[in-house]
Design a protein around this ligand. Structure first.
Ligand SMILES: Cc1cc2nc3c(=O)[nH]c(=O)nc-3n(C[C@H](O)[C@H](O)[C@H](O)COP(=O)(O)OP(=O)(O)OC[C@H]3O[C@@H](n4cnc5c(N)ncnc54)[C@H](O)[C@@H]3O)c2cc1C
Length: 343
């Protein structure tokens, strides 16, 4: 893999549960995968929207949380050593010689492969922009909705706004390297893992984090360079926090984004597929999981797992029409067990 490019068998857009399980099925079909996700971690909706909620309808797992399912899938696909590219939005698709696809991300990463699997769920998670007048001028310079590289925040005077997992996680991770860090939240209660809240309170007691009850209402600065965040405190009084960086974490909405322009004859924002292979109308491009549509579709994780199995067989036939796969069980095939590194 070069610094900003790679060639592989299969590109998977989306590291949700279905994209992760696709790595497994493709691995059994002896195909290597690179997985791209705009989020900074795997798990899609399970990890982002309901990490601690129980799921009761995964076959063989009477109950597991969204995060547990993600962790188990990661363990299951480890033998196939997928390459993950987090914090990357699949932005453009082109066709190159020999029927290969070239996928370009918003940071300029280029991956080429004969097969593209779209497992993009309800689309990419897009951060909610707080209603602060003129905030657009600061975005990407002083206001960021995600932390892609921690080092870029070293020494900065940071205000983090929000009270969920992202706000609390980044507070405890950035405080040790920040010039100063203030966590701003409208209520004293948080919607975050209690252990992280506890850690933040410890850091506050040690003077590493300052906590302020209130909301950001304005930005002070010019040409995208921030000098301070105007706040309205919970008691109604106004104030200003000196800062050169604002990280608002006010939740995410889902948008299909650039995939809408991949030329795949969408129905509303879903990709139609045939259920024999889960291939789109374009040869070599498959769509599985919540993103696809067909008669009788159920947006369930287990449906996506089934779709991944048939897709992998078809992807293999697409790449090696002269070398069809023999149908085998993992229980009894020593060949599959070698691939799984258990024999
Ligand atoms: C609260 C809640 C509870 C649920 N409970 C259950 C349940 O009990 N049982 C069940 O079966 N299902 C449940 N579901 C539904 C289940 O979570 C989805 O069916 C499942 O997540 C779909 O998986 P997926 O991999 O297709 O998509 P997702 O989980 O949506 O993952 C798609 C991934 O693709 C990424 N992505 C999208 N576009 C791009 C792009 N252009 N570039 C880079 N990355 C991109 C996204 O960031 C995301 O990480 C629940 C859903 C919710 C919201």
């Amino acid at each position: 893999m070069s610094a900003n490019g790679a060639t592989t068998d299969v590109i998977i857009i989306g590291a949700g549960p279905v994209g992760l399980f696709a790595v497994f099925q493709l691995g059994l079909a002896k195909l290597k995968a690179h997985v791209i996700d705009i989020l900074d971690r795997p798990g899609g909706q399970c990890a982002e929207l309901y990490p601690e909620k129980p799921i009761y309808d995964i076959p063989g797992l009477p109950v597991c949380t969204g995060q547990e399912l993600t962790d188990r899938l990661l363990e299951q696909i480890r033998p196939f050593e997928p390459a993950f590219h987090f914090g990357e939005m699949a932005a453009a698709l082109g066709k190159i010689e020999e029927g290969h696809w070239r996928l370009t991300t918003d940071t300029g990463l280029i991956i080429t492969a004969p097969v593209l699997v779209i497992a993009a769920g309800g689309g990419s998670f897009v951060p909610k922009r707080p209603p602060i007048p003129g905030i657009e001028a600061y975005e990407g310079k002083s206001v960021f909705y995600a932390v892609r590289r921690i080092e870029e925040f070293r020494g900065r005077h940071i205000v983090i706004a929000g009270g969920g997992d992202s706000a609390l996680d980044w507070t405890v991770n950035l405080a040790p390297i920040a010039g100063s860090l203030t966590l701003l939240h409208r209520r004293p209660e948080f919607r975050a893992a209690p252990a992280t809240v506890g850690k933040m309170r410890e850091m506050e007691a040690d003077g590493l984090v300052r906590f302020e009850l209130g909301q950001p209402v304005g930005l002070k600065g010019s040409d995208g360079t921030l000098e301070g965040v105007a706040i309205k405190r919970a008691d109604g009084s106004a104030g200003e926090l000196p800062a050169n960086t604002l990280l608002p974490f006010f939740g995410l909405t889902m948008k299909l984004g650039p995939i809408a322009h991949f030329g795949l004859n969408l129905i509303v924002i879903l990709i139609p597929v045939a259920t024999e292979k889960f291939e789109t109308g374009t040869k070599g491009i498959f769509a599985i999981g919540d993103i696809n549509t067909y008669p009788g579709k159920l947006k369930l994780i287990l449906s996506g797992f089934h779709e991944a199995a048939l897709m992998a067989q078809a992807a293999r036939r697409h790449m090696h029409p002269d070398k069809p796969l023999r149908f085998q069980y993992t229980t009894s095939s020593s060949e599959l067990q070698r691939l799984l590194k258990v024999a």
